[in-house]
Design a protein around this ligand. Structure first.
Ligand code: SF4
Length: 259
């Protein structure tokens, strides 16, 4: 399937279906994905095996220089910007200087686009690290993934490449005291003969239990929008996402749907 990699450190600005006019930052290698998950729905394709894995993160000073150049040019051209988004070819919080890069980003953002938000899309695997937590507390949109309450579903959907325990992630999410967005991908289909569906009642009830435990200020629910590495996945309909959203809203949660 035609998954793709970002070929630059800074990309866009693009109109994001979730965030508005977004300038993306890819801290991960350009020619290879780098993530400690291997989600079967990942738009960047499969995570390479350890032998092919490239961990040449972009140096902090280069990221800062490139960001400052693009922001100064956008400012000079009277361009609009809603958000600077850390996403790209994998998991941004794996960058060893992630915390320092966020500090640089805040400085540069304040200089050129003080009203722009800073967003980080993360799989929440690094929030056991105090430095990462402190950095995520400084950004405007700290968006953390949790796709299921069941280890077997996480194994099927996300394929963690190292130690991952849902209980630990949930405990670590509590450090944000609700000041974060929980992001969940809902998807159906088949993968290697197994049924994929994290929208069932059983899944929803268990997931809702975790949502209540971490009490996020926003819940972002979405489904696949582009090609996925596993070819037999299908979108969850907007109507189904709306049903999930309605149940969450009845429980007092704010929800954003991207379908
Ligand atoms: S966590 Fe994100 S980047 Fe990593 S495999 Fe999953 S979808 Fe892809």
């Amino acid at each position: 399937m035609a998954t793709f990699l970002f070929d630059k450190i800074i990309f866009g600005p693009v109109k994001s279906r979730r965030l508005g006019i977004s300038l993306g930052i890819n801290l991960l290698p350009i020619e290879s994905k780098l993530c400690n998950f291997n989600c079967i729905y990942c738009e960047c394709g499969w995570t390479p095996g350890k032998k092919e894995l490239k961990s040449d993160f972009h140096p902090r000073d280069i990221v800062k220089q490139k960001l400052e150049k693009v922001l100064s040019e956008m400012k000079a051209g009277n361009k609009a910007l809603d958000v600077i988004t850390y996403a790209g070819n994998g998991e941004p919080t794996m960058h060893p200087d992630f915390a320092e890069i966020i500090e640089d980003t805040i400085l540069v953002r304040d200089k050129y686009f003080p009203k722009a938000r800073i967003a980080v899309l993360s799989n929440a695997t690094q929030i056991h690290k105090p430095k990462v937590v402190a950095a995520l507390k400084k950004v405007d949109d700290n968006i953390l993934k949790l796709d299921s309450a069941f280890p077997e579903t996480v194994e099927l959907l996300n394929k963690p490449q190292g130690f991952y325990r849902i209980e630990n992630v949930v405990e670590n999410m509590k450090q944000f005291e609700g000041e974060f967005t929980l992001q969940t991908m809902f998807v159906k289909g088949e993968y290697q003969g197994q049924t994929v569906d994290n929208t069932t009642d059983k899944e929803f009830v268990a997931w809702l239990g975790l949502v209540k435990a971490v009490n996020p200020k926003m819940i972002m629910i979405y489904t696949i929008a582009r090609d996925t590495p596993s070819p037999d996945l299908v979108k969850v309909s907007y109507e189904e996402l709306k049903q999930i959203s309605d149940k969450l809203e009845k429980g007092g949660f704010k929800v954003q749907i991207s379908a």
